[in-house]
Design a protein around this ligand. Structure first.
Ligand code: A3P
Length: 281
């Protein structure tokens, strides 16, 4: 690691063996979350970082605002971020609330699955995820910097990055995947055909958007449209969240060996699973 920014020790916390950004996460909040008051009609987005979180949050806000005739709330934050006082704000939000998390399945608040909250899991090719994450680490002051791609790649593969290891994350969700309360969608299928993906999402959450509304949401959530609005939605961090939005940037970073290493992990943990087949890679 380079030490041009605050030292990694100060930027990261370790909670139950997992790293989190200390500016956003703390132990009190993790404890308070255990009794998070979930509602049956909450809509939850679950993602490993850089898998399309902000894209999906915006999409759901646009959909819900059309269906329920309310202003889209551009509060793109994870339920595990901030201090316990923030949870009081969640209580004031009208249903359906849009929630999002980067937590592994076993760390999400139990009330969420006890109430059978509908969960949309978004997954992205692990190689593009790693490249996006690497650039994100280097562009955010709140995360340690890496001098070289190779050293980030090692930490990514060993789960020494915030929110842990990609394959672990997907495996914990895969284990509890059930078709009634969970739907999975890939970043790649959204890139290839956004309106079709939006229709699936709308149906899953019973939002019943018509074709015109789907097309409106698609145009408002295209990469360029979101990038243009990013100063409003994400302030100075806009450029870090909307970098390229492409499939296949990994080819500009990975060595042949690194690519094989990811393929082997994929083969071992995901190839035979429902989610692995969906990633189809
Ligand atoms: P890149 O770094 O590859 O550009 P997250 O929101 O989970 O942090 O994910 C960020 C990634 O999603 C970034 O990937 C970002 O560009 C991409 N992204 C965000 N909005 C997008 C959109 N509307 N269309 C395509 N990609 C988008």
């Amino acid at each position: 690691h380079s030490t041009t920014k605050t030292s990694p020790e100060d930027l990261l916390i370790n909670y139950k063996g997992m790293l989190y950004p200390s500016i956003l996460c703390n132990v009190e909040m993790f404890q308070a979350l255990e009794t998070f008051e979930a509602r049956e009609d909450d809509l939850l987005i679950a993602t490993y970082p850089k898998n399309g979180t902000n894209w999906l949050i915006q999409i759901l806000h646009e959909m819900v605002s059309l269906v329920h005739n309310r202003e889209p709330l551009l509060d793109a934050t994870m339920i595990e971020f901030g201090n316990p006082e923030i949870l009081a704000r969640y209580k004031d939000r009208p249903s359906p609330r849009i929630l999002s998390t980067h937590l592994n399945f076993q760390n999400i608040p139990k009330p969420i699955y006890e109430k059978k909250v509908k969960i949309l899991l978004v997954v992205r090719n692990p190689k593009d995820t790693a490249v996006s994450f690497y650039n994100f680490y280097n562009s955010l002051p709140a995360l340690p910097s890496y001098n070289a791609w190779d050293s980030f790649f090692k930490d990514f593969m060993n789960g020494k990055v915030v929110f842990g290891q990609y394959f672990d994350f997907v495996a914990t969700w895969e284990k509890h995947f059930d078709d009634k309360t969970m739907m999975a969608i890939t970043f790649e299928e959204m890139k290839e055909d956004l309106p079709t993906a939006l229709k699936k999402i709308s149906d899953f959450f019973h939002l019943s958007l018509n074709e015109e509304q789907i097309n409106l949401v698609a145009s408002r959530t295209s990469f360029n449209s979101m990038k243009d609005k990013s100063e409003n939605t994400h302030g100075k961090l806009g450029d870090s969240f909307f970098r390229k939005g492409e499939i296949g940037d990994w080819k500009n970073y990975f060595t042949e060996d690194q690519s094989k290493e990811v393929d082997a992990m994929f083969e071992k943990y995901l190839a035979e699973t429902k989610l692995g087949k969906l990633l189809n890679y």
